[in-house]
Design a protein around this ligand. Structure first.
Ligand SMILES: [Zn+2]
Length: 329
């Protein structure tokens, strides 16, 4: 805990960042190009011909293909090496520098809380995208469910090579002192705790807690159903993607399934998981898909299309999960 003097000095230090830029503008490593647009559209399942059908797009009001507006921030992303920056490495920009100050004072947690994006005009193949980010606001200290911290709001403006404004993104994160988890607190106080690591717990929120409650309390896997058009959906979410209804109930899955895709997770081995570990997307008989494990199977015997049957099981001391096994024919 900081004393009032230290807190004042700390807040003076962080508030000095308001209005400052992260650093020089970021310039996209690749110009907007058809190949990246096509791959993005494939992954997102976006079949809008304005993005990928050059012949069709030539006849459109834009006179050629455009990039999906929601790709805007992708063009200036710094790429995979960013994932390997360590907490104590020299800051790559002022954002990292600010986060390091928070870290030093114990605000080591970070979570993105809001993102609002506005699009003004579309990027076209050949455009060079630049982004320019500044710190807009830093809140007073707030107590939240995950810990006490400060909301940092940043604004990023996107332009093309002619300085034309393409869009603007407001991004808010909470830098916070993580609240000690009950288990960790018990361990540090010398309480009786299992030495065995457990699986990573799911993040529970308003939209998915009911689903995990059914797993944990009733050993059931439920599937959310729209009350208006009866379309099933998973993972749980507030709105029906077919009819936009917010009314829903659920049905219980039979847990009969088919392996839609799978991977054998080899490295690195994460404590709490047993290996070989097969992660699979299971297509349930009801039609929705569930990411789960296939157990009691030789990974070499895994095939797409394999019939499986699932049950809810206790997989470690504290975790219950749906687990699937091959159906012997
Ligand atoms: Zn519906």
């Amino acid at each position: 805990m900081m004393n009032p003097e230290e807190k004042k000095a700390f807040e003076k230090q962080i508030h000095a960042y308001i209005g400052k830029e992260f650093g020089p503008a970021l310039v996209g490593q690749d110009d907007v190009n058809q190949a990246m647009v096509r791959q993005w559209c494939e992954v997102m399942g976006d079949a809008n011909p304005a993005y990928t059908d050059t012949e069709w797009a030539a006849t459109s009001s834009r006179g050629g293909t455009i990039a999906p507006p929601s790709m805007l921030h992708i063009w200036v992303m710094q790429g995979y090496p960013m994932a390997f920056i360590k907490p104590d490495d020299p800051p790559v920009d002022r954002q990292r520098e600010l986060h390091q100050i928070f870290d030093k004072y114990g605000y080591k947690g970070v979570v993105a809380t809001n993102c609002t994006t506005e699009f003004f005009t579309e990027a076209k193949p050949g455009d060079s995208i630049q982004s320019h980010s500044t710190f807009d606001t830093i809140s007073d200290e707030k107590a939240t469910g995950i810990g006490t911290g400060y909301f940092i709001e940043t604004v990023t403006n996107f332009t093309n090579q002619d300085g034309e404004k393409l869009g603007r993104m407001v991004f808010r994160v909470l830098k916070f002192i993580p609240t000690a988890q009950p288990a960790a607190a018990e361990e540090s106080s010398g309480g009786a705790m299992s030495k065995d690591p457990t699986r990573l717990a799911p993040a529970l929120g308003h939209d998915n807690k009911w689903w995990w409650d059914a797993v944990n309390n009733d050993d059931k896997v439920l599937i959310q159903r729209c009350k208006s058009c009866e379309t099933l959906r998973h993972p749980p979410r507030p709105m029906c993607h077919k009819c936009q209804s917010l009314e829903w109930d659920s049905i219980e899955s039979t847990m009969d399934g088919t392996v839609n895709s799978f991977c054998v997770i080899c490295y690195p081995e994460i404590p709490g998981y047993s290996y070989p570990l097969v992660g699979a997307v299971i297509e349930l008989a009801e039609g929705t898909r569930l990411v789960s494990n296939v157990v009691d199977v030789d990974p070499d015997d895994m095939v797409i299309g394999m019939k499986v049957k699932g049950t809810v099981e206790q997989v470690d001391e504290v975790t219950k999960l749906p687990q699937f096994r091959p159906v012997k024919s």
